[in-house]
Design a protein around this ligand. Structure first.
Ligand code: ADP
Length: 521
């Protein structure tokens, strides 16, 4: 029974034998098995045929006149076109088959007559299979080579971009936030050498502190935290950080982070942008503009007051309306300019806190009294829970902070809502002396809680940055400047305290101010 259907030739076999009986026998046998068979009686004809259309396998008689089988095989192996074709030698009974020579000239096997049908077929099948596998292997190798060369090219391209990028770039592991590679721009910005950076964390190199609200907590952990949280946060773009160079110079940088997989190790790709100079110019510009605006704004306000007083004539109803709009807007502008100047002076250390002994309860009461009119107007209830404790603080600055937080709580509430301002003493770090004295309160925790619109989670930190508002329309609709919380944070930090917010969208927000008590200062 043939192995394959006859109408589908399995392989193309060329038989070269000078004995017609052998040829006929082999041809009939192989054709019956489904092979396509070409038979020739001369070596030279066989070579021409193999060259014209290379067969899949050649059966080659050893003893032939003109050119014997070894010579034919040698010539086949000498040509690129026929070199790979497997050759099986056939020797007749009584012929002396030089097996060593047969293999030496490139034969893959030999068969001796008389033929055993199964044996001939088995050998042919075997060699065809080996040959096919070899072909496949070769094709696969070529493909792999191609892939390797393409990948090498891509890696070279990436390495070039990485090395020559003007932006500082670093790669750090997620698990420990250790640097595994940084580019020359990063080294230039940091002042460190490659050896000093590789294997270290940003903490170990003291690279920076964050500018966000909770930065006082872990001033050096911000890079590590940001890197390690990357799988949860996903890609981050243009985060502003402070960056401390090896020589201690402080730079401002924007960083974008991307999660990448390096051979199965999750890593963070950090691309930085040094904006120190831009930031300096921006600050200079802001303070210049603010100073220049203050004088004309004050005189505009004076002129508006004069118009409103009626000393220059009575205004029509329409005129009163226009005057009131102009006054509101001018007041807002003056507030904005004052806030900017305040913040700039605080940042550059030109405003010193004047600390004295003061009472926390007094401050809470004064802040509530100052905001009562606004609360009444917006129909918001104010509830105060003060605590009597002595603080070592700048009362004016703390009052400014509480008023700001209360004013936000009121303006982001709805009529009928309540705002609570409370204070509690906290013993978060209890230290007992050797005489076993009871532990003393160490901190004052002030909370300002509202039932207003709440703050989205991704804005909880950013609103403490200057000009950051949850909604771009907040300054227009609520009359704010986006600077209040930045000022509050600055003041609280100057008291070695901490400020943060917790919020549930639609349910309300609670701002916390934690201040150390005198014994700790
Ligand atoms: P503003 O002058 O705009 O109030 P702030 O720095 O005080 O500036 O506040 C920044 C932004 O934070 C506000 O514009 C508002 O979007 C948000 N915000 C502050 N406090 C609250 C609050 N209690 N409830 C809801 N959003 C608030």
């Amino acid at each position: 029974m043939p192995n394959e259907p006859l109408n589908l030739p399995k392989a193309d076999i060329l038989v070269i034998d000078d004995t017609p009986e052998n040829l006929n026998l082999l041809s009939a046998m192989l054709t019956e098995q489904g092979y396509k068979v070409r038979s020739v009686t001369k070596g030279s004809t066989g070579l021409r045929g193999a060259n014209a259309v290379p067969p899949d396998l050649i059966l080659l008689d050893v003893n032939m006149p003109e050119m014997n089988g070894y010579e034919v095989c040698q010539q086949l192996k000498a040509s690129d076109r026929t070199r790979e074709i497997p050759v099986i030698f056939i020797s007749a009974l009584g012929d002396v088959l030089d097996k060593v020579k047969a293999f030496a000239v490139g034969g893959v096997d030999y068969i001796t007559k008389p033929f055993q049908l199964e044996e001939v077929l088995a050998r042919i099948e075997n060699h065809l299979t080996i040959w096919k596998l070899q072909q496949q292997l070769q094709a696969q190798n070529e493909r792999l080579q191609q892939e390797i060369s393409e990948r090498t090219k891509a890696e070279e391209k990436f390495a070039k971009v990485f090395r020559s990028s003007p932006n500082p770039i670093a790669i750090a592991t997620i698990s420990e936030a250790r640097f595994i590679d940084v580019n020359p721009s990063f080294l230039k910005m940091s002042g460190y050498s490659l050896e000093e950076v590789i294997g270290d964390t940003a903490n170990e190199l003291n690279l920076g502190k964050n500018t966000t609200a909770t930065s006082n907590d872990k001033p050096l952990g911000v890079y590590t935290q940001t890197i390690q949280l990357l799988p949860e946060t996903g890609s981050l773009y243009n985060l502003e950080f402070e960056f401390s160079t090896k020589s201690g110079e402080l730079k401002t940088i924007l960083i974008s982070l991307e999660l990448i997989d390096l051979g199965g190790v999750p890593c963070a790709l950090l691309i930085a942008n040094d904006i120190t100079e831009r930031k300096r110019l921006e600050n200079e510009f802001i303070s210049l503009v603010s100073h220049e605006l203050r004088t004309p704004l004050t005189s505009t306000m004076g002129a508006l007051d004069l118009l409103g007083s009626g000393q220059l004539g009575t205004l029509s109803e329409q005129g009163q309306k226009v005057l009131s709009i102009a006054t509101t807007n001018t007041e807002r502008l003056i507030r904005l300019v004052n806030d900017i100047l305040d913040l700039e002076r605080m940042k550059s250390g030109k405003i010193f806190t004047r600390k004295t002994k003061c009472n926390a309860a007094d401050l809470l009461i004064m802040a509530t009294e100052a905001m009562q009119a606004m609360a009444d107007k917006l129909q918001v209830r104010l509830i105060i829970n003060p605590v009597e404790v002595e603080l070592w603080a700048d009362p004016d600055r703390l009052l400014q902070t509480l008023i700001n937080l209360l004013s936000n709580a009121i303006k982001f509430s709805e009529p009928g809502d309540t705002v609570w301002i409370s204070a509690t003493l906290s013993e978060s770090r209890s230290v007992e002396s050797e005489e076993n004295q009871p532990s003393l309160p160490k901190y004052l925790l002030i909370t300002i809680q509202d039932e207003g619109r709440g703050i989205p989670e991704d804005k909880l930190q950013i609103i403490f940055e200057r000009f950051q508002q949850v909604d771009a329309s907040d300054s227009r609709n609520k009359g704010g400047t986006g600077l209040g919380l930045a000022i509050c944070r600055n003041i609280v930090q100057q008291h070695n305290g901490k400020i943060w917010v917790e919020s549930i969208l639609g349910k309300g927000s609670t701002f916390y101010v934690l201040l150390p008590l005198p014994a700790l200062q």
